[in-house]
Write a protein that binds this ligand. Structure first.
Ligand SMILES: [Fe+2]
Ligand SMILES: [Fe+2]
Length: 297
C-alpha cells in the first residue's frame, strides 16, 4: 500500500481582477497562476489530486459581479480539466455566487459534495470530502459548520472503512484546530468533530485550507495538515506520500513564477511572510501516523 498525491488549495481565480486585495493574494496575476498550476502538478504524476476549496473569489469580501463569477467558474473548470490524474474538490466560502450564496453554477461544472462524499482514491485509501456550507450561507458565516448530517456521515464512513481496513483522509475547508487568534477561520462545532475523529481510528489525517497558512500538527495518533494559498506567497501546493509502514512524507512545491512570488512577498513584513509559509517542518517533513501503520499493516 502506498499513495502519492497532490493537495492544493485557495487558488482564488478572479478574471481581470481590479486589484490584488489582501496580502498575500495576487489576484491581478490569477490568470498567470492558474495557467502554471496544471503543468506543475501533472509533471509530478500523482495518483490523485485534492483541492481544499476557494477555487474562486465569490462569497463575501470581493463583491464579485455575477457575470465575472460565471466566467471564473468556466475558466477554472477548463484549466483544471487539464489535470491528468483524478481530481477531487470541496467548496470553500469563496466558491459561491457573491449575490446569493449559491454553489449551483460551480456544481454544474465541477463535482462538489452535497454533504459528504466518500471516494476510493487509491488502494485502501478513501477521501471524505465535506461540504461544510450545506446548511447556512457562506457569505454570512465563512467558517462553515460541522453539522449533525456531516457527523453521522463521517461516523458511518469511518466504521465501514475500518471494517474494510481502509484509511480515510477528511478534507474540510476551514481549520479544525484553532491558534492564538482563537476561533479565526475555525469550523463551528470543531470540538465535536475532534471527538468524532478521536473515536474513529480509520481517520488518519485531516486536510484544510482557508487561513492561507502552512501548519502540520500531530494530534493523538492522527495528523492535521493546514496548507497555504496558491494565489500568493508561499505560492505552492503539497506533494504527499503515504507509505505502507505508516510514514507520511510531504514536500511543499512552489510554482516557478519568481516575479509573482517576489511581488507577493513584498506586500507583507518578513514576520507575516514567515506565518504564511510556516516553519520548515510545516512544509517539508516526515511523520509516522500510528493509525495509518495499524490500518495498513
Ligand atoms: Fe482562501
Ligand atoms: Fe476560505
Amino acid at each position: 500500500m502506498a499513495a502519492d498525491f497532490v493537495f492544493l488549495t485557495d487558488t482564488h481565480h478572479y478574471p481581470d481582477a481590479p486589484e490584488d486585495f489582501g496580502a498575500p493574494k495576487m489576484l491581478t496575476r490569477s490568470r498567470e497562476v492558474l495557467d502554471a498550476i496544471v503543468p506543475a502538478v501533472n509533471e509530478l504524476g500523482p495518483d490523485f489530486i485534492v483541492h481544499g476549496g476557494d477555487l474562486l473569489c465569490g462569497g463575501g469580501s470581493f463583491d464579485l459581479p455575477r457575470e465575472t463569477y460565471l466566467r471564473s467558474v468556466d475558466e477554472v473548470s477548463a484549466a483544471f480539466s487539464g489535470f491528468r490524474s483524478p481530481s477531487y474538490y470541496i467548496p470553500g466560502n469563496h466558491d459561491c455566487d457573491a449575490q446569493d450564496g449559491s454553489f449551483e453554477a460551480l456544481a454544474r461544472k465541477i463535482k462538489i459534495p452535497v454533504v459528504l462524499d466518500v471516494v476510493g482514491a487509491a488502494p485502501r485509501l478513501r477521501l471524505a470530502l465535506a461540504n461544510i456550507y450545506h446548511r447556512g450561507n457562506p457569505i454570512e458565516d465563512g467558517n462553515g459548520t460541522w453539522t449533525d448530517d456531516l457527523d453521522a456521515a463521517l461516523r458511518g464512513a469511518a466504521d465501514e472503512a475500518l471494517a474494510d481496513r481502509c484509511a480515510i483522509i477528511l478534507i474540510i475547508h476551514t481549520w479544525l484546530i484553532t491558534d492564538y487568534e482563537i476561533g479565526r477561520g475555525t469550523i463551528n462545532n470543531a470540538d465535536r468533530l475532534l471527538n468524532t475523529i478521536s473515536s474513529h481510528p480509520a481517520v488518519v489525517a485531516v486536510f484544510t485550507g482557508h487561513r492561507h497558512l502552512n501548519r502540520i500538527q500531530a494530534i493523538r495518533d492522527f495528523l492535521v495538515v493546514d496548507t497555504a494559498c496558491l494565489i500568493g506567497f508561499p505560492l505552492g501546493f503539497r506533494r504527499v506520500r503515504l507509505n505502507e509502514d505508516g510514514m507520511f512524507t510531504t514536500t511543499f512545491c512552489q510554482l516557478d513564477l519568481p516575479e509573482v512570488l517576489q511581488d507577493s512577498y513584498a506586500r507583507s513584513s518578513p514576520e507575516a511572510n514567515n506565518r504564511w509559509q510556516g516553519e520548515l517542518h510545516d512544509r517539508d517533513t516526515e511523520i509516522l501516523i500510528p493509525r495509518l501503520k495499524d490500518i495498513w499493516s
